[in-house]
Design a protein around this ligand. Structure first.
Ligand SMILES: Cc1cc2nc3c(=O)[nH]c(=O)nc-3n(C[C@H](O)[C@H](O)[C@H](O)COP(=O)(O)OP(=O)(O)OC[C@H]3O[C@@H](n4cnc5c(N)ncnc54)[C@H](O)[C@@H]3O)c2cc1C
Length: 469
């Protein structure tokens, strides 16, 4: 196995046996049934082999593993949903804590709080909260892990109303580097609580997250309308002007890509370039229909599924476009506004897309997140109004270079429109310290202090690592 500082060591078999006897969940090594599935992550560009994978079944398992890793000085990694594009969930030779069996969700409608175990996917939380007509701010693809998303900030269709996902966390349960179970909230360990809401997995193993929940749905007006890419100048101008006036209940997303083989798009359009607008209105159905009317009335769409639908279904609408196991490479920036010149560049760059799965996407996030002080949490970036994501996605390793080049070139053309900040959770494996500085900026010195207090030996290092002082 690998130690924290990269040495290879043999852990005695009797010690491993003693650990196995303490665990409720299974411990898997190479060759065991389920090992390959447990070690794999969403991005097929990442292929690493932890020495052991412990599939934790409860907080007790997490405590046992952290104690064991400390005693033997082992490299630890933590897997939530495994969706991090840089593969931060996995490391060669490490002991992986696979949290994905811990997926319980308990909703307290009276207190407007949802308690979620750390292995939950976004869809788990939406499914349970929606039984009560409630929701918290989560992302656009339901198979994403809640913990990695929340620890890095998190945004989605409800961000305009309630801010980053992490702004809506009321408490977390954490197993620390010295294997203690502690609570992090405004009242208990507030420095740790601050650090966890944007500082990633640097401070401990999160075992549960409590979210504030709000009345949403269960039915909303949402969906997508698509036009041929030749209409992009007009459609992106519509996006620009509608987004500027949109009430906080309405979130608009614009994207350019090849039409996927989806049943709502005519067969003769499949594989052809399109421009699409996604809309989600989380207020009343009547207000929603009024708000999206200009989109539905615009030009001659090739497909329109912008309708009344369950909120939980809206939260899965993009799932099929982002399957686990493709090769992915992204570049992202926060934008202060959508400028006509940016739209022109997006259109020009989209014309050169190298794969039917790649896209240029603009997410609207402006609203509640801009109302809080920059130091409210380490996520910062309270000047961001949109997220630009250039998403390369393809099937074969032989196509890596062409697709990565397209993403990098497109980003180079668009970088100048940025606020200067970017989203830490969208950073690909090859992004260096400068990009992390741009993502976390002003929060870094305070994060280093929190790290020094809670993890002075840097036990938790398979992440966007903050060096302890
Ligand atoms: C298809 C797709 C769509 C996305 N959409 C959105 C979106 O709409 N909005 C958004 O904000 N983001 C989005 N993201 C980005 C997402 O927030 C990050 O990929 C995030 O890291 C995913 O969390 P995870 O738990 O799945 O990650 P993992 O890969 O499992 O882990 C990521 C990091 O979090 C750490 N971590 C995980 N669990 C724990 C734990 N229990 N305790 C401590 N540390 C832990 C890991 O160690 C690792 O460093 C998307 C990503 C993908 C791939």
């Amino acid at each position: 196995m690998q130690t924290r500082d990269g040495r290879e060591i043999d852990v005695p078999q009797d010690a491993m046996n003693a650990l196995t006897a303490r665990l409720r969940g299974p411990m898997l090594t190479a060759g065991a049934a389920g090992y390959d599935e447990a070690r794999s992550v969403w991005n097929a560009m990442i292929d690493r082999r932890p020495a052991v994978v412990v599939r934790c079944l409860g907080v007790g398992d997490v405590v046992a593993c952290v104690q064991f890793a400390r005693a033997h000085d082992l490299l630890l990694c933590i897997k939530g949903g495994g969706h991090n594009i840089a593969g931060l969930a996995t490391a060669d030779g490490a002991m992986m804590l696979d949290m994905s069996l811990m997926r319980g969700v308990w909703v307290e409608p009276g207190r407007a709080i949802a308690h979620a175990q750390a292995g939950c996917l976004l869809g788990d939380v939406d499914r349970e909260t929606q039984l009560h007509g409630l929701a918290t701010v989560l992302g656009f693809v339901s198979a994403t892990g809640i913990t990695g998303l929340t620890l890095g900030g998190g945004f989605g269709y409800l961000t305009r109303r309630w801010g980053w996902t992490s702004d809506n966390v009321v408490g977390m349960d954490v197993v620390t580097a010295d294997a203690r179970l502690v609570r992090a909230s405004e009242e208990e360990n507030p420095d740790l609580f601050w650090g966890l809401r944007g500082g990633g997995g640097n401070f401990g193993v999160v075992t549960g997250i409590d979210y504030a929940v709000y009345r949403v749905g269960p039915e909303i007006v949402g969906g997508v309308v698509a036009w041929p890419a030749s209409d992009a100048p007009q459609v992106l101008e519509l996006y620009r002007t509608l987004a500027e006036q949109a009430p906080p209940e309405l979130t608009l997303v614009a994207l350019m890509r090849m039409a996927p083989p989806a049943p709502w798009l005519p067969k003769d359009m499949h594989g052809k370039p399109i421009v699409a607008l996604l809309a989600c209105h989380s207020g009343t159905l009547e207000d929603g229909e009024k708000a999206v009317a200009p989109i539905k009335a615009f030009g001659k769409p090739v497909g329109d599924v912008l309708v009344r639908r369950p909120y939980a279904q809206m939260q899965t609408l993009l799932d099929a476009t982002q399957p686990k196991g493709r090769r992915y490479y992204w570049k992202s920036e926060y934008l202060p506004r959508i400028e006509p010149a940016l739209c022109e560049t997006v259109i020009a760059q989209a014309a050169g897309i190298r794969s039917p799965h790649s896209a240029v996407v603009l997410f609207q996030i402006e609203g509640a997140l801009n109302d809080l002080r920059d130091d409210h949490s380490p996520v910062g970036n309270r000047d961001a109004h949109y997220v630009l994501n250039v998403t390369g996605a393809w099937e074969q390793a032989a196509d890596d270079q062409a697709n990565i080049e397209w993403v990098r070139n497109t980003w180079k053309q668009l970088e100048g429109f940025s606020t200067g900040g970017n989203y830490i959770n969208f950073l690909t494996e090859d992004e260096g310290p400068q990009r992390i500085e741009a993502a976390l900026g002003a929060g870094l010195p305070r994060l280093a202090q929190v790290k020094t207090t809670w993890d002075p030996d840097n036990v938790f290092r398979t992440n966007r690592n903050i060096t302890p002082g």
